[in-house]
Write a protein that binds this ligand. Structure first.
Ligand SMILES: Cc1ncc(COP(=O)(O)O)c(C=O)c1O
Length: 307
């Protein structure tokens, strides 16, 4: 397999199976029509062993995504949560990315997904910072995409549906082909929405802002984590729309996401952001590292220990 090192087990439809046996039929409905909802979660090493970060919040979003798509999962949130914990334990690797997915399986073809059985799986693999460790340290170069973020009248962005990621993929490929690390998508009103797989924050004169949920974004768990950090840091925070030009004039910009962590943006379309020092982003990165590794008792309730 290219790029992914196999671990031992994948949880699939209620049991742990060997990595190589976690297969589906080519006529799996969700593969053809994008009818799948998923999550991205991480477990990290702590002094008390592996711990999954904000598992209940991810499960909550997973089941809400399914609800939007009238998808009834044959497992409860508690069972999927248990599957995540069991999987981390079974694979014996503390630091992994977890991918719960529910999809319309092998049944009927055609556009009515309710005719196919819903399958659920959780896979885990080792995945470094999505935009690279160098990106986390030095910042990444971003471009505003010519692709518009889909909105809730077409594909509801707050539901983490596989189909949304065709829009993300178009933006990502365009950015990479133009020599950038990542894209920034505007919404259909022309305001900044988010990255293809990350939320975005702006710092200007010590005021930190991020687009509201109504701007057509996924409500990120890391976004929520950072909002809590901002309050704990005593920083002024606003949920507010901002424009493309307000990206260029920011003192700091950063992406947030389970995959990307907190990654500074050092350039947007050839404009250097701030002076490249990112003091507030650095403080938030430090707090995040401490929280996920169990070094801040104040955030201890965000950790589910695998045991
Ligand atoms: C489109 C999109 N926006 C934002 C995020 C960040 O969400 P989270 O912080 O919950 O990983 C993600 C990642 O899941 C995403 O795919």
């Amino acid at each position: 397999m290219v790029g992914i090192r196999a671990l031992q087990k994948i949880w699939m439809d209620g049991r742990l199976v060997d990595w190589t046996d976690a297969k589906v039929h080519i006529l799996t409905h969700g593969l053809h029509y994008g009818y799948a909802v998923f999550e991205g979660i991480r477990s990290h090493d702590t002094a008390r062993g592996p711990a999954i970060f904000r598992l209940p919040e991810h499960l909550d979003r997973f089941f809400n995504s399914a609800k939007v798509y009238r998808m009834t999962l044959p497992y409860s949130a508690a069972q999927v949560g248990e599957a995540c914990v069991d999987l981390v334990r079974a694979n014996g690797v503390p630091t992994v990315y977890l991918r719960p997915i529910a999809f319309s399986g092998y049944g009927e073809m055609g556009l009515d997904p309710t005719k196919s059985p819903i399958q659920v799986a959780v896979a885990a693999w080792e995945w470094g910072a999505y935009l690279g460790q160098e990106g986390v340290e030095r910042g990444v170069r971003a471009t505003v995409s010519s692709w518009v973020r889909m909105d809730s009248r077409s594909l509801p962005p707050q539901a983490k549906c596989a189909a949304n990621y065709a829009n993300s993929g178009l933006a990502k490929m365009e950015a990479v082909a133009a020599g950038y690390d990542e894209a920034i998508l505007l919404n259909s009103q022309g305001m900044v929405a988010e990255g293809p797989g990350e939320n975005i924050f702006r710092v200007k004169k010590e005021v930190v802002s991020t687009p509201p949920a109504s701007s057509g974004i996924l409500r990120g768990v890391t976004r929520d984590t950072v909002i809590r950090f901002l309050s704990d840091e005593g920083l002024v925070f606003q949920r507010t729309d901002f424009t493309r030009e307000e990206l260029f004039t920011a003192d700091e910009l950063f992406y947030t996401g389970t995959a990307a962590g907190i990654t500074p943006i050092r350039e947007v379309d050839g404009r250097r952001i701030g002076d490249g020092a990112f003091p507030i982003t650095r403080r938030l990165q430090q707090r995040y590292e401490d929280a996920i590794h169990g070094r801040r008792p104040a955030y201890g309730s965000w950790l589910t220990y695998v045991g």
